[in-house]
Design a protein around this ligand. Structure first.
Ligand code: MG
Length: 349
């Protein structure tokens, strides 16, 4: 729908929705310059008429009726529709593509006849009309019409064929979503995180979601998992959503002794709420002891599970500081992390 929203000739977009989907709709369009929503009816035809009725108080010259499922309408399709309506003999215009595949009639698994494809078109949306004539045609239309062209033809209106575009396909089947995903323009984001926890009394530490027996523990308000904390901050950084302390304040008793899995899962869900795709995460643990090597694969598997990622996208590394500094003196453990994500362009604008 971004093509419609950004087109300079389009003064406003009113959305017709199923009122039961109101909360999903509010989530999906937050921040977009839309009017409505208008409650739709039982059929597509009823829903479009409800939208037209809503516009009638302050009627536009031209209205474009669009299936939101066609999410990638190029600006050139809209340009051609508006250009076609410069001809006063034309009441409406509709983008269409010629039928290139052969057509055959068939019943019960067998072909029965050929169909001449020469004058057949695959009809798309948006379909553009002079507002008053479309409103009148809709109000007079018999039920069961599948689109505005059908209603216009039944009313004897002149509808021009304008160039459609394969990119304006309907996103409906699972395969369409994969195609849409590939067509979405993403911007890459990478961000880092860093965390330290001090050693104290205890017999185990939590690192990258794995419990490791040790002759000391790590002190912290939660389970003190520096690896997961650093990675949580890295993910929050990719969407500029503050840091772990903003989301899980140490002053909040709920997080006392809490497993840090939930911090990381929350950061990942915030990225995904923005339409983001987590491409890769990488954690470096900085300590003399415990030895990380024996636990590396368990750490990768645990973080992959929390994030819902393939294990090939989750890296764990370890290093010492050659006995220098606080990690060298085994006073504490440090962790740094990187996360890279892709965000849809509309979310990053
Ligand atoms: Mg921490």
């Amino acid at each position: 729908m971004t093509g419609l929203l950004n087109h300079p000739a389009i003064a406003g977009v009113t959305v017709v929705i199923n009122p039961d989907c109101r909360s999903l709709y509010d989530q999906a369009v937050a921040g977009l310059p839309l009017t409505g929503p208008v409650a739709g009816g039982a059929t597509r035809q009823n829903s479009v008429l409800a939208g037209l009725d809503a516009l009638a108080a302050d009627p536009p010259d031209i209205v474009l009726v669009h299936d939101a499922a066609r999410a990638f309408v190029p600006a050139a399709v809209i340009d051609a529709l508006i250009a076609a309506l410069a001809d006063p003999a034309i009441d409406g215009a509709c983008p269409a593509l010629p039928q290139v595949d052969s057509l055959r009639r068939g019943e019960r698994g067998r072909f029965s006849a050929s169909v001449d494809r020469d004058h057949l078109w695959r009809v798309q949306t948006p379909q553009a009309f002079r507002f008053p004539v479309l409103l009148a045609a809709h109000r007079a239309a018999a039920p069961g019409q599948t689109d505005e062209v059908a209603i216009a033809l039944a009313a004897g209106l002149a509808v021009a064929i304008t160039p459609g575009d394969e990119r304006a396909f309907k996103v409906t089947e699972a395969a369409d979503f994969a195609k849409a995903e590939a067509m979405t323009v993403h911007s890459s984001r990478a961000a880092s995180g860093f965390d330290v926890h001090r050693f104290g009394p205890g017999d185990h530490v939590w690192l990258c979601g794995v419990k490791i027996a040790h002759d000391a523990g790590l002190i912290g308000h939660s389970d003190a998992d520096a690896g997961l904390h650093a990675l949580t901050d890295a993910l929050l950084g990719t969407i500029a959503a503050g840091d772990i302390g903003d989301h899980f304040p140490p002053s909040d008793e709920r997080w006392r002794g809490a497993a840090s899995d939930q911090f990381l899962a929350h950061a990942a869900s915030l990225v995904r709420d923005r339409g983001g795709i987590i491409d890769h995460v990488d954690v470096t643990l900085i300590c003399e002891r415990p030895k990380i090597g024996p636990h590396r694969e368990a750490m990768r598997a645990r973080m992959a599970a929390i994030l819902g990622l393939g294990i090939d996208r989750v890296s764990v590394k370890a290093t010492t500081t050659e006995k220098l500094g606080f990690t060298g003196r085994q006073e504490g453990i440090a962790a740094q992390a990187m996360a890279s994500v892709r965000l849809p362009e509309s979310a990053s604008a």
